[in-house]
Design a protein around this ligand. Structure first.
Ligand SMILES: C[S@@+](CC[C@H](N)C(=O)[O-])C[C@H]1O[C@@H](n2cnc3c(N)ncnc32)[C@H](O)[C@@H]1O
Length: 212
């Protein structure tokens, strides 16, 4: 484990233990003091599995929302490809960081909590690695909230770590099971494509496309 991952697991464990499962995100970004190497998921480039998917799907002119946008790279990629993009994160520091990194961006960056959201519906919704950072009981509530954002005939792309139900959950990130993902279809979406991308083979990486 890297130092950044160790620190993240410690922070998440402490906050979850004291009954504040979303509080550690702001703490992590705020104490990073502008150093992205201390934020384990900050690649400073759009996620390669997302870029690969975008290269096969044109979304020009459509509206998009990015859940838990972190430092903004996936949102910027969508804007570059001609979409009208909203991106939100619960962390005030993360959103300020996005605005500092991309001062001329067309992305509408907002500090918002998925559980208190009133941003309407979108043609395209990206959920990449956010729900897996939440403990399972919270994620069961997060999934229908995400599904609500998808417009009729709109699309949702989920990129996450996956696991079999019998695999134990230890610390963040908490990989998802297919049963948990079925919350999206129970919320009224249709599964269009499920891809199991084992990279490396010990880690299950899933990319799932849904339609509203
Ligand atoms: C594991 S990071 C992934 C960030 C980004 N999506 C990526 O793939 O690099 C999870 C992000 O979701 C944000 N987040 C967690 N819970 C949230 C919530 N309830 N509402 C909005 N954002 C949330 C965190 O602050 C963090 O930036």
């Amino acid at each position: 484990m890297t130092d950044a991952s160790t620190r993240t697991v410690q922070l998440a464990t402490d906050f979850i233990g004291k009954g504040d499962p979303l509080g550690w995100f702001e703490e992590l970004y705020a104490t990073a003091n502008g150093d992205p190497t201390t934020v384990p998921w900050a690649r400073l480039t759009p996620h390669p599995l997302f870029v690969e998917w975008l290269n096969q799907h044109s979304l020009v002119g459509k509206t998009a929302i990015v859940i838990g946008c972190g430092l903004g790279d996936d949102a910027e990629e969508l804007a570059k490809r001609g979409m009208e993009v909203t991106a939100f994160d619960i962390s005030e520091t993360a959103i300020a960081w996005c605005k500092k990194r991309f001062p001329d961006s067309s992305v509408n960056y907002q500090v918002a909590d998925l559980f208190q959201l009133a941003l309407g519906k979108f043609d395209f919704v990206l959920e990449s690695y956010t729900i897996q950072a939440m403990p399972p009981e919270l994620r069961a509530q997060a999934i229908p909230k995400i599904a609500e954002l998808v417009a009729e005939s709109g699309q949702l792309l989920v990129i996450c770590l996956g696991r079999e139900p019998e695999q134990p959950l230890a610390t963040v990130p908490f990989p998802l099971t297919k049963i948990e993902l079925s919350g999206f279809t129970q919320a009224g979406l249709h599964e269009v494509k499920f891809e199991d991308l084992n990279e490396p083979e010990t880690v299950r990486r899933w990319r799932v496309q849904y339609q509203g």
